[in-house]
Write a protein that binds this ligand. Structure first.
Ligand code: PA5
Length: 444
């Protein structure tokens, strides 16, 4: 079963152009497949849905249950790939207002994400918001040394120790990190925190279907068996080596053809606010994987129709270096019928009897047509509905497409050498030992 359908009819790209990539994508997939079990390559995500560690998975479910029982608040500490996947899935599949329901009604702990900035305000305000509630924390860092989560963890560890004492705090701290190395692993061993492993051959931005994403997702009450089932369907569907039928390859190829035609910015557009963080996850996946060697499509995102009232003008009429990828959720979870109003002062009676989802879909169709005629090719990704299976499938779809696309572009999609530059400068400015190098001359 495929819950994702790709529509390329608004791209202006022909079947002939796509088919030229047939041999190339087949070779790329075969290579990925060949190295997928190699501990030294970062391709462990390729077979993960069919080959994940079942013992670790059961432990995730067991601990998630414990956390749900013991905690009113669950704080997830992490940044980049150690944060965005969990937030993307949780926000796609739970209420927009999940954290705001009164405690008596809510079935899951409030989930807050921290350690993804260095803002003291954010942490102080979160601590004020938590107040006296019972809390557990999950600190996630593959390297175990990333500054933002490390600072947040130091603060929250102290918060827990002050609140519960060292022993009970240790019972409420969960660590997701490398199986052997890093400062976080060392600390977890020393304090005997419960730990979860990030496999060596899965990089941060490809790690949502490991404990990195799965523990917070399970704590949110989301069915992680179904999520993995969806990803497994995708793993099976997208191993088809025919470029004619493999939608994942087709997406990867078409975005590269558009890039060759100077469409250097891809905007991921959604018409469902629940997908805001899915877009953030996608931006990180593609930005960090492809932006290298002065190459790569710049991944941007818009929430529509909201951003039609801010970015709409640019998309319609600004520099023509854009293409758009629209995620269309075919079936809405709930709907509202617009009623007739006797006075009709707002002039909306022409919509009476129609549903909001119907109007949303028409807004989408109208926007696609407007943008395409304004010179912005549109790729449409139709997904069935927002449920665990579909989101699992979509995650895998974008991960594989990203790996294929990066290889077509000629970059290594699995490293991120560029992110070191700011860190080196920051550490030098903070006088971290070992970083006392001369200041680079960047001003004229
Ligand atoms: O995708 C990546 O590799 C990065 O975005 C990392 O996830 C991010 O930098 C956080 O790293 P770590 O998990 O080591 O703290």
């Amino acid at each position: 079963m495929q819950n994702i359908k790709l529509d390329l009819s608004y791209t202006g790209i022909t079947e002939k152009e796509i088919s030229k990539y047939a041999t190339k994508v087949k070779k790329i997939y075969n290579k990925l497949n060949e190295i997928s079990e190699d501990e030294n390559e970062f391709v462990g995500w390729l077979k993960l849905p069919s080959n994940y560690d079942k013992k670790e998975f059961s432990k995730i479910k067991k601990i998630a249950k414990k956390i749900r029982k013991e905690s009113e608040v669950f704080v997830v500490i992490g940044i980049g790939g150690s944060y965005l996947g969990a937030r993307a899935v949780i926000e796609s599949l739970t209420s927009n207002f999940a954290n705001m329901f009164p405690d008596k009604i809510r079935k899951s702990p409030q989930i807050f994400f921290v350690g993804n900035s260095i803002s003291p305000n954010y942490i102080n305000e979160l601590i004020d918001c938590i107040g006296n509630k019972d809390i557990s924390i999950n600190v996630i860092s593959k390297s175990g040394t990333t500054t933002e989560p490390a600072i947040a963890f130091r603060i929250f560890r102290e918060f827990l120790e002050n609140k519960y004492g060292a022993d009970e705090a240790a019972n409420r701290i969960y660590v997701t990190t490398d199986k052997k190395k890093g400062a976080l692993k060392e600390l977890a061993d020393q304090e005997e925190y419960e730990t979860f492993v990030i496999p060596d051959n899965i990089g941060g931005r490809f790690s949502v279907l490991t404990a990195v994403g799965l523990l917070p997702i399970a704590v949110a009450g989301i069915d992680i068996d179904k999520l993995m089932e969806g990803a497994k369907n995708a793993e099976c569907n997208y191993s088809d080596d025919s470029i004619k039928y493999n939608q994942c390859y087709r997406y990867a190829v078409v975005r590269n053809i558009l890039y060759q035609k100077d469409k250097t910015i891809e905007i991921l557009a959604n018409y469902e606010p629940k997908l805001h963080y899915f877009t953030e996850w996608w931006k990180q996946l593609y930005g960090e994987s492809e932006g290298k060697g002065h190459k790569g499509i710049f991944p941007a995102g818009v929430d529509l129709s909201t951003d039609l009232h801010s970015m709409g003008q640019y998309i319609q009429d600004g520099k023509r270096n854009l293409f758009e990828t629209v995620i269309n959720v075919e079936e809405t979870k709930t709907d509202i019928k617009i009623k007739r109003d006797e006075d009709n002062v707002d002039g909306l009676n022409f919509l009476a009897g129609k549903t909001m989802d119907y109007v949303n879909k028409k807004a989408m169709q109208g926007t696609i047509e407007a943008h395409v005629s304004g010179g912005v090719p549109n790729i449409i990704i139709n997904i069935k509905k927002l449920d665990e299976e579909t989101i699992g499938e979509l995650i895998y779809f974008f991960e594989l497409a990203c790996a294929v696309s990066g290889n077509i572009l000629g970059v290594n999609p699995f490293d991120q050498p560029g992110v070191e530059a700011y860190k080196n400068n920051m550490f030098r400015l903070l006088e971290k030992p070992g970083y006392e190098k001369e200041r680079p001359d960047v001003r004229s």
